[in-house]
Design a binder for this molecule. Structure first.
Ligand code: SF4
Length: 422
């Protein structure tokens, strides 16, 4: 572990870089929500039996129809030679497309085993794309645990989509919203933007042929804080990011919508009229949870990269106390509007080391610990109350109508602990 000296942030938030071991799921996990979002896409993981087990158990309980993901398992037979592996991959893809003719977009998703790393999936994607065009487009990205944490899988997937997006106009009157949102949340935001007089397009779109265009006139809002590579790819195509907080909680949602409204020259009075009903409902929904969460001491382990916006929500809207906000990676520019709203003195640990974080957490004995599944059970056994951070990705939490659900996700473990103690 290389701990560096703490750095004061502009608003006296302490940002401390740290390096060490982490305990997070790999980027394959994001297939669980991405395959539901892009309805004619298929995710073919090229990996080991471990990868197949991970994706099956992460998604298994949520599948009600034939899944749009699978694993091409690399086994001993494939180790004979790379040429065979390419042929085998082509065979698997051909069979898949014959059996599932509705597939329009196929992602080859790389993983950790060295045999997979040696396989050039970008060449395989190009070769298969040429063979299957125009019906099916084949793209590739890595979900390997060596390179990605679980939300970075979405980043890698969306970044892979960007080069193939249609060319946009020099002057673009539409807003591009970037990041996978539950359909219900996307519909609510589309309605709010329409009432404001802004036409919004979403990346990813629900269908492959409806992916939005991007160009020098495109202004985009990030809906998720973990889209570093996607943002870079969009900017390489000339798009400009609108600086904003993330749409979590009443204030976060208002700040996010306001960033778009200001960029598109929407009259502030109209903005207030359009947002007032949602804002009122959000505060009403939050009120009962504020009573439960106010004054509670919360510790974040690094997992989803949602930690900083969630901490801002808990501190400002729920009056919780932040013991430490660990995050796997802190993008200072994308999170600037969040960091400046954290209470003074908040400790944000960028790349928090597992061992050091555990020591500090145990010493602090927080009321609520937000962490990955792997840490939750041992910490519960030590008497700490935990919240699984992965649930925050599987549950619709963005926007005014979901603000109460977001607060409830944090209040529920405290309720459970209170009942157990009774
Ligand atoms: Fe597969 Fe690597 Fe993820 Fe394990 S960490 S499931 S080997 S991609």
């Amino acid at each position: 572990m290389n701990a560096h000296a703490p750095q004061p942030a502009a608003c006296d938030v302490e940002i401390r870089p740290e390096r060490g071991q982490r305990a997070v799921f790999c980027g394959l996990t994001s297939i669980v929500w991405l395959h539901r979002k892009i309805q004619d896409a298929f995710f073919l993981v090229v990996g080991s039996r471990t990868c197949a087990h991970l994706i099956q158990s992460a998604a298994g309980v949520m599948i009600f129809a034939e899944p749009r993901f699978a694993t091409a398992i690399i086994d001993e037979r494939d180790l004979a030679g790379l040429a065979d592996m390419n042929e085998e991959l082509d065979r698997v893809v051909t069979r898949l497309i014959e059996r599932r003719p509705e597939i329009r977009l196929l992602f080859l998703v790389g993983s950790c085993p060295s045999e997979v790393i040696k396989l050039d999936l970008s060449r395989a994607a190009l070769r298969l794309s040429q063979r299957l065009a125009p019906e099916v487009r084949v793209l590739n990205y890595s979900g390997s645990g060596i390179e990605t944490t679980f939300t970075q899988g979405e980043d890698a997937c969306l970044a892979a989509l960007v080069p193939g997006l249609p060319e946009g106009m020099e002057v673009d009157d539409d807003l591009l919203v970037v990041g996978a949102l539950a359909d219900i949340v996307e519909d609510q935001f589309a309605r709010l933007f329409a009432e404001l007089g802004i036409r919004a397009r979403f990346l990813p779109a629900r269908r492959a042929e409806r992916m939005p265009s991007v160009g020098r006139g495109t202004r985009y809002l990030l809906a998720q804080p973990f889209l570093t590579d996607t943002a870079r790819a969009l900017e390489e195509r000339g798009a400009r990011r609108l600086a904003a907080p993330f749409p979590l909680g009443a204030e976060g949602t208002t700040g996010w919508l306001r960033a778009a409204a200001e960029a598109f020259g929407i009259d502030p009075a109209r903005f207030d009229t359009v947002t007032a009903p949602g804002l009122r409902r959000a505060w009403q929904a939050l009120a009962p949870y504020r009573e439960k969460l106010a004054g509670k001491r919360v510790f974040f382990f690094p997992d989803s990269q949602l930690e900083v916006p969630l901490a801002r929500f808990l501190a400002r809207e729920m009056a919780a106390e932040l013991v430490e906000v660990g995050t796997p990676y802190l993008h200072r520019a994308h999170l600037a509007a969040e960091i400046e709203q954290l209470p003074g003195g908040t400790r944000v640990v960028d790349g928090q080391s597992l061992d050091d974080g555990l020591d500090r957490c145990r010493a602090a004995r927080p009321d609520l610990t937000v962490c990955g599944l792997g840490l939750a059970n041992p910490l519960e056994a030590e008497g700490l109350t935990t919240k699984w951070s992965i649930e925050l990705l599987f549950t619709p939490i963005q926007g005014y109508e979901q603000a109460g659900d977001l607060a409830e996700l944090f209040a529920r473990p405290l309720d459970r602990r209170a009942r157990l103690e009774v």
